[in-house]
Design a protein around this ligand. Structure first.
Ligand SMILES: [Zn+2]
Length: 374
C-alpha cells in the first residue's frame, strides 16, 4: 500500500456549471445579474490547489475517477430520473428538480462526481487504500431518488453506500453527514432499509421543503436506522463534540458498520454564507479522528469521505486540509490562518441549552435503539 489515503476527483467536476444565478436566484426584477451561482467551483478548486501546493498531493494515492454507470445510479435513483438528467443536459441545461440546475456538461459532471464516490469505495474495499477522499461536484446529499435538489444531482454518498453493499457484499454501512444542511436525499434513499445507518447532524432546517427533525426515524425495516441531530444556529466545536460523544458515536458503536462514509460538507464552518454554525479546523480534525477511531474499531479502518457543501472559497480549503491531514496522518506546512483564534471564540464552548438538547436526543435515540434494533 503506497499511501493510506486515496484522493479522487476529476476536472469535469470543476467545470460543472449551474448557470447564471445570483446566490441561488435567477437574476431578474430587482435581482441584479451576478453570473455566479453560490455553488461554484471555487471552494473545491481551491482545496484541490492547496492539496497540490502544500505537497500533500505527492503523498496521497491519486486515483483516476470513473463514471458511475447507469445501473449503478439506478440502484437508488429511478431510471426515469436518470434519463431525465441526461435529456436536460442534451437540451443545453436546466433544473434537474428543485434548485439543482445543470448546464450541457451536467450529465457528464454528475456521473463523474458520483463515479468519484464509487471509485473511493472500490479503493478502500479492494485494499488499495485505508481511507479515501472523493472531491465530488456537483454534491449529492440533497439529491432524492426521483429528483435533484439543493445543488445536488445524484446522491453521491448514498450511491457509495449502495455500491459497497451491492458490489462488495457489505451488510452494514454507516453514513455520517456533517454538512450543515440536513441530508434529506440520503435519508430518503435508505429510509426503509436497515443495512445503511444514516446519521445527519445539521442546523435545524424546516426549510427547502425538508425538515430533518429527530423523529424522522425511517420506516418499515428501516425504522430506527435514521438519526437526525438538528442543532440550533450558532453551535461551535463544543456542541458538535457533545453531539458526537453522546449521540453519533454511541450509535455507530452499537451498529458496528463495516464501512463509514462521511458526507463531508464544510458549510458548518464559521465563515460560510449558507450556514450559521461556528466550526473551524479544530472541530473538523476532531470529527475526522472520531470517525477514524470508530472505523478502526469496527470497519477495518475503512472510511470514505464525499465532499458535499461549503461555500466560503477562502476557508473551505483549510478545513479540507484539516480533514485530509487527519485521514492520511500526514502533516504539511500549511497553517490554518483561522484556527489560531479557536480558544478566543466563545461559541466554541458547549452552552447549557445545547448540552440539554444533546442529552435529550441521546436518551431518545437510546430508547429507539432498544425498541427497534435487534
Ligand atoms: Zn450544505
Amino acid at each position: 500500500m503506497s499511501s493510506p489515503t486515496a484522493y479522487i476527483t476529476d476536472e469535469i467536476c470543476f467545470w460543472h456549471d449551474p448557470g447564471n444565478y445570483a446566490l441561488m436566484l435567477k437574476p431578474g426584477g430587482f435581482v441584479e445579474p451576478y453570473n455566479r451561482h453560490i455553488e461554484n467551483a471555487d471552494p473545491k478548486r481551491r482545496l484541490h490547489n492547496l492539496i497540490q501546493q502544500s505537497g500533500l498531493m505527492h503523498s496521497l494515492q491519486v486515483i483516476p475517477a470513473r463514471d458511475a454507470q447507469v445501473h449503478e445510479l439506478t440502484r437508488l435513483h429511478s431510471a426515469s430520473y436518470v434519463a431525465k438528467v441526461e435529456q436536460i443536459a442534451l437540451a443545453g441545461g436546466g433544473d434537474t428538480g428543485i434548485g439543482a440546475p445543470i448546464s450541457s456538461n451536467g450529465w457528464a459532471a454528475a456521473r463523474r462526481s458520483a463515479g468519484c464516490a464509487l471509485t473511493a469505495v472500490d479503493a478502500v474495499m479492494q485494499g488499495q487504500a485505508q481511507t479515501a477522499y472523493a472531491l465530488t461536484r456537483p454534491p449529492g446529499h440533497h439529491a432524492e431518488p426521483e429528483q435533484g435538489m439543493g445543488f445536488c444531482v445524484f446522491a453521491n454518498a448514498a450511491l457509495a453506500a449502495a455500491h459497497a453493499i451491492e458490489a462488495h457484499g457489505l451488510e452494514r454501512v454507516a453514513i455520517v453527514d456533517w454538512d450543515v444542511h440536513f441530508g434529506n436525499g440520503t435519508q430518503k434513499c435508505f429510509e426503509d432499509r436497515s443495512d445503511v445507518l444514516t446519521i445527519s447532524v445539521h442546523q435545524q432546517a424546516g426549510y427547502l421543503f425538508v425538515k430533518g427533525e429527530a423523529d424522522e426515524l425511517g420506516q418499515g425495516a428501516g425504522a430506527g436506522y435514521n438519526l437526525n441531530v438538528p442543532l440550533p444556529p450558532g453551535c461551535g466545536f463544543g456542541a458538535y463534540r457533545e453531539s458526537f460523544e453522546k449521540v453519533i458515536l454511541p450509535a455507530l458503536d452499537a451498529y458496528k458498520p463495516q464501512l463509514i462514509i462521511v458526507a463531508c460538507g464544510y458549510d458548518a464552518g464559521r465563515f460560510d454564507p449558507l450556514g450559521r454554525m461556528m466550526l473551524d479546523g479544530v472541530a473538523f480534525r476532531w470529527m475526522t479522528d472520531a470517525v477514524l477511531d470508530m472505523a478502526r474499531k469496527h470497519a477495518q479502518g475503512r472510511v470514505v469521505m464525499t465532499h458535499e457543501g461549503g461555500y466560503c472559497p477562502v476557508s473551505v480549503p483549510f478545513w479540507g486540509m484539516s480533514v485530509l491531514e487527519q485521514m492520511s496522518g500526514l502533516k504539511t506546512e500549511v497553517v490554518c490562518p483561522f484556527t489560531g483564534q479557536h480558544d478566543q471564540m466563545p461559541a466554541q464552548k458547549l452552552q447549557t441549552e445545547q448540552a440539554r438538547l444533546v442529552q435529550s436526543l441521546a436518551g431518545y435515540f437510546e430508547d429507539i435503539r432498544q425498541k427497534h434494533w435487534a
